[in-house]
Design a protein around this ligand. Structure first.
Ligand SMILES: [Zn+2]
Ligand SMILES: [Zn+2]
Length: 335
């Protein structure tokens, strides 16, 4: 094994660089993973746009092969194919002991290390390593965003026959469409202003109606029972207006600046008994379920991968994501 590897680093705004760096050394409780696929995520775009004030490694939707395990790593061995939980739980804090591992973020993780998933190798703690079989690496690395979409779908508590509105057709919103269908949604409405690949995939994934705007929206029950919002926070206000009595809105998103503050009619909220719930799949706890969905073909992973690109084109991948959103679904980097 050569002692150096290629790794990508990012600095805001939108500067990306591949460098030759030392391969990380394993330590107790950690394993070295040969990265075979790493998805480009909206979070990477936030990092590239403004978060990375200094050069930093990035890429967290990782599938690969265990290259070496450190002392004390028993759950995987060299040669195992794994996906990486982007964050895990510790098992010993109060939240974990109270059975709410979903509220823990205290486990060791691979964030903010020198390099991350856009590299030939990544060092990861044993808690994050989830073995898988019978999937390509490109599809397996979808486990991370699919888990995020599943968390949003669970948060909305979709019941049989519920009409569901999907606001935001990035990968998370798109992925939530077949999940909502599996949960028994009645009619699924998705909103997308322009056509393009996102609209096509929304249909292919089972959306019954694509609405060009919320203003023109007509719903068969007058409104919708559930809303899955993975769009800017202002969209919550739009969803509020079209919820049926007892409706539930699940929201996932990060916004900076004034757009992070919203207002809505609290009387309407009260009388309609609307529920507004936040989804945040950190820790990422649904990998066994999403890997099963991918393996069984209940979720078509191939369909959402629009680009597969080598590591040295990561800068180009970020630019494509920024400049031609409508024609980009999921970009997977294969180091
Ligand atoms: Zn992600
Ligand atoms: Zn914990």
């Amino acid at each position: 094994m050569s002692k150096t590897m290629q790794a990508a680093f990012v600095k805001a705004p939108f500067e990306v660089e591949c460098r030759e760096v030392p391969i990380p050394t394993v330590k107790e409780g950690w394993a070295l993973v040969k990265v075979k696929a790493c998805g480009v995520c909206g979070t990477d775009m936030h990092i590239a746009r403004s978060e990375a004030t200094q050069w930093q490694g990035f890429g967290h939707e990782v599938a690969g092969i265990i290259a070496e395990v450190g002392p004390g790593v028993k759950n995987v061995k060299e040669g195992d194919t794994v996906v990486l939980e982007s964050s895990s739980y510790c098992g010993v804090c109060d939240q974990c002991r109270n059975g709410r591992v979903d509220l823990c973020n205290k486990a060791p993780n691979f964030w903010r290390k020198d390099s991350m998933g856009f590299a030939d190798y990544i060092l990861a703690p044993k808690e994050c390593l989830v073995p898988f079989n019978n999937l390509s690496f490109e599809v397996a690395c979808l486990a991370e965003p699919l888990g995020v979409a599943l968390d949003m779908t669970y948060t909305a508590d979709i019941a049989l026959g519920n009409d569901v509105l999907v606001l935001g057709l990035g990968p998370i919103g798109l992925m939530s469409i077949p999940l909502a269908r599996l949960k028994g949604a009645g009619r699924i409405y998705a909103v997308n202003r322009s056509g393009g690949k996102r609209t096509e995939l929304a249909r292919a994934y089972g959306a019954d109606e694509i609405l060009s705007s919320m203003d023109a929206a007509v719903f068969r029950k007058g409104g919708v029972d559930r809303a899955l919002v993975s769009a800017p926070p202002s969209t919550i206000t739009q969803a509020m207006k079209v919820m049926n009595y007892g409706g539930i809105i699940a929201f996932i998103g990060i916004e900076y600046g004034p757009g992070a503050t919203i207002s809505f009619d609290a009387n309407d909220f009260h009388f309609k008994k609307t529920q507004l719930r936040a989804s945040h799949a950190s820790p990422a706890i649904y990998y066994p379920t999403v890997l099963q969905l991918l393996q069984d073909g209940h979720f078509d992973g191939e369909a959402i991968i629009s680009h597969v690109m080598p590591l040295d084109q990561i800068g180009e991948a970020i630019r494509i994501m920024r400049d031609s959103r409508e024609d980009v679904l999921k970009i997977v980097i294969t180091p």
